[in-house]
Design a protein around this ligand. Structure first.
Ligand SMILES: CC(C)(COP(=O)(O)OP(=O)(O)OC[C@H]1O[C@@H](n2cnc3c(N)ncnc32)[C@H](O)[C@@H]1OP(=O)(O)O)[C@@H](O)C(=O)NCCC(=O)NCCS
Length: 143
């Protein structure tokens, strides 16, 4: 499966929403018995060091946990692995147009097994409480 654009509003990042979106995608893969998920991740903090560091070294340090990237580090934490770099993936000055192809292999994948449910039955309702203890969203009443 190819993952196209998941995004959490900046005011709500770091509160567990992105984690739920990723887990919902993994759930679809398990239910449809798909082999894996590939997506383009924007290394969005690369611009901070781009003048002195090649993107290959930046991504390597993020993978090794020596450096935190607002986007890629969270995806790696959820089990994605870096596959390769993609130049000119998207017009985005934060990553200098770079993306990282990230892959999640479905550990439950069984070759030849039929999907558990047809696609139209896949959507589920996720209910959750946002994690607390973080700054209130910009402009929220009382903040
Ligand atoms: C990537 C993105 C979706 C993450 O959303 P988010 O709501 O901030 O993510 P969460 O707060 O749920 O964190 C995701 C996971 O990273 C973990 N995490 C948070 N900070 C971390 C850190 N410093 N180091 C490692 N892991 C960290 C969280 O604990 C969570 O995992 P868990 O639920 O298993 O504990 C969000 O940053 C975003 O919208 N980015 C811009 C759009 C984009 O580029 N999307 C990807 C391309 S399609």
């Amino acid at each position: 499966m190819y993952g196209v654009e998941s995004c959490v509003h900046p005011d709500y990042r770091g509160r567990g929403v992105g984690s739920l979106l990723m887990e919902a995608r993994f759930d679809v893969l398990r239910r449809l018995n798909l082999r894996g998920l590939i997506a383009g991740s924007i290394p969005m903090d690369y611009h901070n060091v781009a003048a002195s560091m090649a993107v290959e070294d930046y991504v390597r340090e993020v993978v090794e946990g020596k450096r935190f990237d607002t986007n890629l580090s969270k995806q790696l934490h959820k089990g994605f692995q870096v596959h390769n770099l993609i130049p000119e993936y998207i017009h985005d000055m934060r990553s200098l147009n770079w993306a990282v192809a990230i892959v999640w292999d479905n550990p439950a994948y069984e070759p030849g097994k039929l999907a558990e449910a047809p696609l139209f039955e896949v959507p589920r309702l996720y209910r959750t409480q946002l994690r607390s203890g973080l700054p209130s969203p910009t402009g929220a009443a009382g903040s």
